[in-house]
Design a protein around this ligand. Structure first.
Ligand code: EPU
Length: 455
């Protein structure tokens, strides 16, 4: 397959990062190649891990996304030096780390939830930390109770105020037994980033085991940590007094890879995703095959393509790893609007992750959302009251519409829907997608999409 994007066809790609509204002319298959770099959901945490060390760390494969810029700003606010002499390679030097004013933390944090992961490392380095009111994508309540309970178990003292939460560690944090009520990704990372330098042993049960977490454990091991991943979601960490910097290439972004795969299916296209890794996408690939999508795996990436003819409906249940990731369902829903028959997506991780389907309905899709869910299936993790389901009946031709991006993954789905649709679609608030997808417009340009920047 020829490398995509050799010559930019859309004038807009010259200044894409500043675009807020983009007008797409849809209806053509996406064909070509895109590259994915380090996973947003690892890279940002790896940057925080650098805070735990006495010496600088080097992180490779860092994508140019705004969540990375947010964490960089937060690290710099704490006097950590961050340099990028080589594209995608950050050197993070924590030797001058010091406390930051809460207003500065608040300003840098923006809508990100990452500041909460600074707590353990800052408590070890400085004895204090601060969590501003947290944002992140609007996909449910997104509470932080698991994080706070874990930090208390390590001996941190918490004080709530109108600006946020102040934390103190009057003495060295101590290892703890933490049993998570649900295998939360963020809370597992919180425990890892805190336990590695706590005094004594930490036993974490019902931990998340996503590939990004295993990669974070690999980084911490390079730094000198002692972490054992046991069967049944148990992780045991023997705390050490100090850690050294790491040199690490981030795991590839499987969520971005899955997004492009779904885009190929939705648009009857053919996309080679350089950097996509089969091992991290196995559950996604099984569903892709059941839907009728084709894929060819080689050493450098995966080629995803529409089979021609009809594609099949499917029933999907989102779940923690090794289940079907919640971040994969939104782009797949767009592809399923083109399947022959009725598909069902059960969302079990977040309580409000079908808001993006309103825009798809506006574009002609037949999707009904059941806010209380519609089935009781045996699950790997306990059922929680936040389940929702979407029933998608296809195939429905999509037509252009004016739509507003609600959040990161929903936003990517809107863009796929816009390029699948016949006619023009004006997509606003598109900047939010740069939180997790680098060079989106350049990549679309390389895949043959026509668009122009809005007013
Ligand atoms: N939860 C609680 N209390 C907590 C923490 C979580 O009730 O203290 C609940 C959440 O409300 C949610 C569930 O547990 O219902 C799972 O949340 P989790 O903590 O696993 O999610 P997260 O760490 O906040 C990360 C990713 C998400 C991804 C989820 C699930 C990052 C920065 N974010 O979020 O990614 O969907 O894990 O895999 O790593 C995205 O990339 O667009 C995104 C939202």
């Amino acid at each position: 397959m020829s490398p995509a994007g050799a010559a930019a066809k859309n004038a807009a790609v010259a200044q894409p990062e500043t675009a807020d509204t983009v007008i797409f002319e849809g209806g053509k298959p996406l064909v070509g190649e895109v590259s994915v770099r380090g996973a947003k959901n690892l890279v940002t945490k790896a940057m925080v891990a650098a805070l735990l060390a006495d010496t600088p760390s080097t992180l490779k494969g860092v994508p140019a996304i705004s969540d990375v810029a947010v964490v960089r700003g937060l690290l710099e606010a704490h006097a950590v030096t961050v340099t990028e002499d080589v594209d995608g390679e950050l050197v993070l030097d924590p030797r001058g780390v010091k406390s930051a004013h809460f207003a500065e933390i608040d300003a840098h944090a923006g809508s990100s939830r990452i500041p909460i992961l600074f707590c353990g490392p800052l408590l070890h380095q400085l004895g204090e930390a601060f969590i501003p009111d947290l944002g992140g994508c609007r996909i449910g309540d997104r509470p932080i109770n698991f994080h706070l309970d874990a930090l208390r178990a390590f001996g941190a003292e918490l004080e709530k105020s109108y600006e946020g939460i102040r934390l103190k560690a009057p003495q060295r944090l101590v290892g703890a037994k933490v049993d998570l009520p649900y295998p939360s990704v963020g809370a597992t990372e919180q425990v890892l980033l805190t336990a590695v330098r706590a005094k004594g042993v930490t036993e974490l049960t019902n931990a998340a085991i996503e590939p990004e977490i295993i990669d974070l454990i690999a980084i911490l091991q390079k730094m000198g940590a002692i972490i054992v991943v046991e069967p049944n979601r148990t992780i045991v960490i023997e705390g050490v007094e100090s850690l050294q910097g790491y040199d690490h290439r981030a795991i590839a972004d499987r969520n971005e890879a899955a997004s492009w795969a779904a885009a190929a299916l939705a648009t009857r296209g053919d996309i080679y995703v350089r950097g996509a890794k089969q091992q991290d996408l196995m559950t996604f690939l099984n569903v892709y095959r059941k839907v009728g999508g084709l894929f060819d795996i080689d050493d450098e990436g995966i080629r995803f393509r529409h089979p021609g003819g009809a594609i099949n409906p499917v029933v999907i249940e989102t779940d923690v790893h090794p289940g079907f990731m919640t971040d994969w369902q939104q782009p797949m829903v767009v592809a399923l609007t083109q399947a022959e028959g009725r598909s069902i997506v059960h969302e079990t991780v977040y309580e409000n992750r079908f808001g993006f389907t309103d825009a798809l309905v506006q574009m002609g899709a037949n999707i009904e959302v059941y806010k209380e869910g519609i089935a009781s299936i045996t699950r790997r993790v306990p059922r929680r009251p936040l389940e929702q389901a979407a029933v998608i009946t296809g195939p429905t031709p999509l037509h252009g519409a004016n739509i507003r991006v609600p959040d990161l993954r929903g936003g990517f789905s809107h863009v796929i829907a816009a390029v699948t649709s016949q006619g023009k679609s004006e997509v606003s608030n598109i900047g939010i997608i740069s939180r997790g997808y680098e060079h989106l417009l350049q990549k679309l340009d390389g895949l043959g999409v026509s668009f122009e920047l809005g007013a």
